[in-house]
Design a protein around this ligand. Sequence first.
Ligand SMILES: *Cc1c(COP(=O)(O)O)cnc(C)c1O
Length: 419
Amino acid sequence: MFNFSNSIQTVMERAMESCRTEMARIGGLALYNESKVLSAFQKLRVGNHHFMPTSGYGYDDPGRETLERLFCEIFGGEAALVRPQFMSGTHAIAAALFGVLRPGDLLLSATGRPYDTLEEVIGISGGEGNGSLKDYGIDYDQVDMTGEGQVDLVALRSKLQTEMPAAVFIQRSRGYAWRPALGMDELKKVVELIRSVLPDTVIIVDNCYGEFTQRVEPLEVGCDLMAGSLIKNPGGGLAPTGGYVVGRQDLVEKVSYRLTAPGIGAEVGSYAAGYTPFYQGLFLAPHVVGESLKGMALAASLFRQLGMEVYTDAEPSDIILPIRFGERNKLIAFCQAIQSASPIDSHVVPEPWDMPGYGDPVIMAAGTFVQGASLELSADAPIKEPYIGYLQGGLTLEHIQLALMLVLERMAREGLIEI
Ligand SMILES: *Cc1c(COP(=O)(O)O)cnc(C)c1O
């Protein structure tokens, strides 16, 4: 049993009180999204036979096929690939890019520099000969976001007109950046602009961390393809691995030839461990995403009370909370405290390291059931000024509450904050 001091309990109570309205809003959001999910399960007549293990080629695997149809129903796509054979979100997004683009094409990012792990996929960083898009003669350009973290519509229009990209890439989440996540209203405006200049360009969304954070998803505002990770939002904390791509039929087919092989596509794929956690995780996802959102609202109000700067959106479109620590040792202590407040590996002390795919040393606190799953409570930070930590996830609000109190207790004990 933990025994928190009165001052810590008081700070927590005050923080809970100050985000009551936001918690109620998130409750309504989770209910709305659960209604999408439950009705899709019923419409597709999901039954126990969909959970069965399959082996070998996996032709006509009913578990795989119905799971993919569920994603289509829920996210508004014509076809989907929802596969444990995608190792990660990066893999799914890379398959989408390689599937759609051809030599001579240009990929234009509308949201500035993409997520770190995509830099080597695109060829922005990393050497020659690693098989990046650039290696295959696919060019890249980007439209930087405005100082306020909005898509720069003027610059975007001009690049669309002069460069005529075959595909436009849009990242929904803020990633590792001090800016808002892209809301669906703003995305809709961006899509309308792209369509007005280049009706046929393919719009691809990196949807990592975005699923179920709003009532509308990117395909519903006119994007063509979106991709993400199953150990983030749509896996509901239960999916053990995997990624997904969902969207237009013809494009998903092209992506399937990258996932497997040309001519084979989506028709194969078995899973000997059975699909139960993918279905059950998807069923839980709107609720768990709601818990994460509530936890981030709580953390924001808590750190604000302590005089720290956090970045919040009125209605967030991802599950990340950036917190500015300003000092290296505070940031590292925070991440270590989050790790020590985890159910798993609480005794492990994370240190900054040169993680593959990332430019700066990164510290990652992830005391998670599924390795690296960031729908579970976790904190990441590139070690660079102004020492911003990115807190995300949390399977239950209770855990996030306890973890935050443990973090405050520890940071106060080490003289890093005053309560
Ligand atoms: C997590 C993430 C990715 C990559 O996902 P991995 O599963 O870690 O490979 C890509 N883009 C964004 C915005 C992400 O948050």
